[in-house]
Write a protein that binds this ligand. Structure first.
Ligand code: TXA
Ligand code: MG
Length: 316
């Protein structure tokens, strides 16, 4: 896999136009990108991740005008897009009749998940490629999402042409996924845009319970998993465990400690979450003990990812 930088953007554009895959930086996590209109590129994405193919992908576009060529906007979704794009918000919207996105990318659904990522290199790339790019997080299915180019290089090997290095991801958690139905906004996946910001524009969010519709097909219980067990809400820690701490008073006694935010800030904690889980996992501790983290701000999405990391592992 080639390691490209901003000055090499031509090579990334050319690879994508040939139907190859390139890992791209976004403000949330690195994406494994391919031309969303080509079945062969999209099939390669699923193969490269080892992803269950019922799980549809997000299409990335450079602006709202490009999105309007693919999907039909209702008024609430349009307001959300105008307010939060570019940014960590994915909207699930009906495909237009002439939408050229591969049916494989949407797993046969007549809706398309779409967003405008807030990263200068990738916005430039999207403008130059001139096609929507399908991009799930650039990690093997079920494992931790990558927030640096080095994470991508370590996880995916040579099934993709290149990783375009845009530095560490600013937000560090995947986008928030929202679908508006009859004027009501549903939270399908908590993520990098906090609930409060969304509710200020769309009113109170509805959230599906486990068995209800609408759901995000990708929300498998076990996901974002390190190799070692994860233990949540720790109030003490054993000598053979690693500690993922939060706040000014890390618990004493762990083999190793990384503190997500010594000052107790959930935005800072989100930016470090996946990288610190990786670093502690690499020490092969008996378990990673995680201190309680408040649900405010990005704390809701952090809790969602940690719940999944702590689940007994499903075969994916
Ligand atoms: O921040 C992000 O969203 C990153 C970066 C690379 O943009 N991408 C990402 O993609 O997290 P992925 O594929 O790991 O997650 C996409 C989520 C899944 O939960 C999937 O089920 C949901 O979006 N999704 C995609 N299409 C959908 C649809 N038509 N209806 C409902 N949910 C959908
Ligand atoms: Mg993912």
């Amino acid at each position: 896999m080639l390691h490209l930088h901003a000055k090499d953007i031509d090579r990334a554009v050319a690879a994508l136009q040939r139907g190859e895959l390139v890992a791209i930086p976004t403000e949330t996590v690195y994406g494994l990108a391919g031309d969303a209109t080509r079945d062969d590129s999209v099939a390669r994405i699923f193969a490269c991740k080892g992803r269950p193919n019922f799980n549809p992908l997000i299409a990335h576009v450079p602006d709202l005008a490009a999105a309007e060529r693919l999907v039909e906007f209702d008024p609430v979704s349009r307001r959300l897009a105008e307010r939060f794009w570019p940014g960590p918000l994915t909207l699930v919207l009906p495909r237009r009749g002439d939408c050229p996105v591969s049916w494989l990318a949407t797993a046969g659904l007549d809706t398309l998940a779409i967003r405008v990522p807030d990263h200068p290199i990738t916005l430039e790339l999207l403008r130059r490629v001139g096609r929507p790019l399908a991009a799930p997080s650039a990690n093997p299915s079920g494992r931790l999402s990558p927030t640096t180019a080095e994470h991508v290089l370590a996880g995916l090997g040579d099934a993709l042409a290149a990783v375009l290095d845009g530095g560490p991801c600013r937000v560090g958690l995947e986008s928030t996924v929202v679908q508006v139905l009859d004027g009501q906004a549903w939270l399908l996946r908590p993520g990098g845009l906090p609930r409060q910001a969304l509710e200020a524009v769309a009113g109170p969010l509805a959230q599906a319970e486990a068995a209800e519709q609408p759901r995000s097909p990708g929300q498998l219980a076990s996901h974002y998993a390190p190799h070692c067990p994860v233990r949540l809400e720790a109030s003490q820690v054993a000598a053979d465990e690693a500690l993922l701490a939060f706040g000014p008073l890390p618990l004493p006694g762990a083999r190793a400690v990384l503190n997500l935010s010594p000052s107790g800030d959930t935005t800072e904690a989100a930016a470090h979450l996946f990288a610190y889980l990786r670093d502690l996992d690499a020490l092969a501790p008996a378990a990673i003990a995680v201190m309680p983290i408040p649900r405010e701000g990005l704390g809701e999405a952090i809790a969602d990812r940690l719940q999944r990391a702590a689940q007994p592992r499903e075969a994916t």
